[in-house]
Design a protein around this ligand. Structure first.
Ligand SMILES: Cc1cc2nc3c(=O)[nH]c(=O)nc-3n(C[C@H](O)[C@H](O)[C@H](O)COP(=O)(O)OP(=O)(O)OC[C@H]3O[C@@H](n4cnc5c(N)ncnc54)[C@H](O)[C@@H]3O)c2cc1C
Length: 403
């Protein structure tokens, strides 16, 4: 059983389907066919790219998926040829072939993955169901979960709780995961956390390029001058659109609305981004994201841990979005899960090794966000309390109504 159908949940389901007779993906949101906005993934409104490592890993789990993504409209960006990087000293050289990125709306990435997972007859989606707790088993195990179905006529929006048994439970419910509380609820210590409150804020929106737009670049990155915390980024996404994100590493509030976004773009180190989006047509609101966390819940350090339970993806380690590595880590975790399952032959007795193996796999990406020079200015926080979940859509309300 997998909780959550983001990249971590879907790739974990893909890995598990190779070994289990049946895999159920429980998702609080609808999990219909095709791309659509989901309340549970507010970050989907911001520019998302899949690294070469993520594409490679996805292809191992779902052969041919990169082709599915490009067929659905994801744009292949050859690096550095297709990306014009403009810094205070002018453009960076664009010669020499590097790995290609895939750029797409996050809703599209999730939809293509979801369709691949759904195509496996072993996998079932239980959509519009929220997991609320774990069901403990004998001898330090988890034997399933308790869920409640969305019910719009009910006072809290959900129906009564009911148990669902499972041989193995993977929590992939993202950065708002309640696994620390669920563990505490069945008598386990919640994990220590190391968290950096990054100060970076983001504002993103989507444009139709100006009619007749021609350029020798497909994507733009405007980096800040020394001491200038602002950056701008333009990525082509499906439907011939541009996904544009402005960020400010000094905690400045994200621009609220298109007029402010244009003003912020005009203040960047180079006028090009402002010029092109000024002539482009906005296709939706400007969405803000304030100070996302860089957080590690140290499940691997807990002495007592229930077998048949695992935490993956942002629910385990939430990486600073500045690195664009969260989906890569999710995919790599699924590969670790698949490899250990192949070596061990069964999920029984594997959870201890798995959480430590995942911690090892996640360490380099985590260190990349905390090494000297990249360390966010606020001190780290260590806590033993179950972390307080952030409302899933709390920090990402549109800063202006949809047009
Ligand atoms: C501004 C921003 C930009 C980013 N850009 C990039 C990028 O370019 N590249 C990249 O690789 N990463 C990027 N990331 C990070 C990326 O979005 C995350 O790392 C990724 O979404 C993590 O996937 P996940 O499956 O762990 O969690 P999520 O994608 O958050 O999915 C969790 C799922 O669990 C469901 N759920 C939650 N609770 C429950 C419950 N109790 N019961 C049932 N279902 C539940 C939710 O509805 C959701 O579908 C960015 C993040 C931000 C904030």
């Amino acid at each position: 059983m997998v909780i959550g159908s983001g990249p971590a949940g879907l790739t974990a389901a893909g890995a598990l389907a190779g070994f289990m007779d049946r895999v159920t993906v429980i998702e609080r949101d609808p999990a219909a066919h095709g791309p659509f906005r989901r309340r549970g993934v507010p970050q989907a409104r911001h520019t998302h790219t899949l690294t070469a490592a993520a594409q490679h890993g996805l292809d191992e789990l779902f052969p041919g998926i990169a082709r599915d993504l490009t067929a659905a409209g994801a744009v292949r960006l050859r690096m550095p040829e297709d990306l014009l990087v403009l810094g205070p000293a002018g453009p960076l050289p664009r010669s020499g072939g590097g790995p290609a990125l895939l750029s797409a709306g996050r809703d599209l990435i999730d939809a293509v993955l979801r369709d691949r997972v759904r195509a496996d007859p072993k996998v079932t989606f239980l959509q519009e169901h929220e997991v609320v707790s774990l069901e403990p088993g004998r001898h330090d195990t988890v034997e399933g979960v308790w869920v409640r179905a969305r019910d719009h006529s009910a006072a809290q929006g959900f129906g009564p709780r009911r148990p669902i048994p499972a041989d193995f439970v993977v929590d992939a419910s993202g950065r708002t995961s309640r696994a620390p509380r669920w563990l505490a609820g069945i008598g386990y210590q919640p994990p220590w956390e190391t968290a950096f409150a990054t100060r970076t804020t983001y504002a993103s929106t989507v444009y139709a390029p100006p009619v007749g737009h021609v350029a020798d670049w497909s994507a733009l990155l405007l980096t800040g001058a020394p001491g200038d915390p602002r950056q701008g980024m333009l990525h082509p996404v499906e439907g011939g659109r541009w996904s544009v994100t402005l960020s400010a590493a000094d905690g400045a509030p994200p621009p609220a609305g298109h007029a402010e976004l244009l003003r912020a773009a005009a203040a960047l180190c180079h006028p090009l981004l402002h010029e092109v989006i000024h002539a482009a047509t906005p296709l939706g609101p400007v969405y803000g994201c304030r100070r996302p966390e860089h957080r590690w819940r140290h499940y691997e350090k807990l002495r007592r841990w229930p077998d048949r339970f695992l935490v993956v993806g942002d629910a385990f380690v939430t990486l600073d979005p500045a690195h664009g590595h969260g989906m890569t880590s999710a995919v790599e975790s699924a590969l670790v899960l698949g490899r250990l399952l192949a070596a061990h032959g069964t999920t029984a007795g594997l959870s201890h090794r798995l959480r430590r193996a995942l911690a090892q796999q996640l360490a380099p990406a985590w260190a990349g966000g905390t090494r000297p020079g990249r360390r966010p200015p606020r001190p780290s926080v260590r806590t033993r309390r179950p972390s307080c979940p952030i409302a899933s859509d709390g920090s990402n309300e549109p800063s202006e109504p949809a047009t």
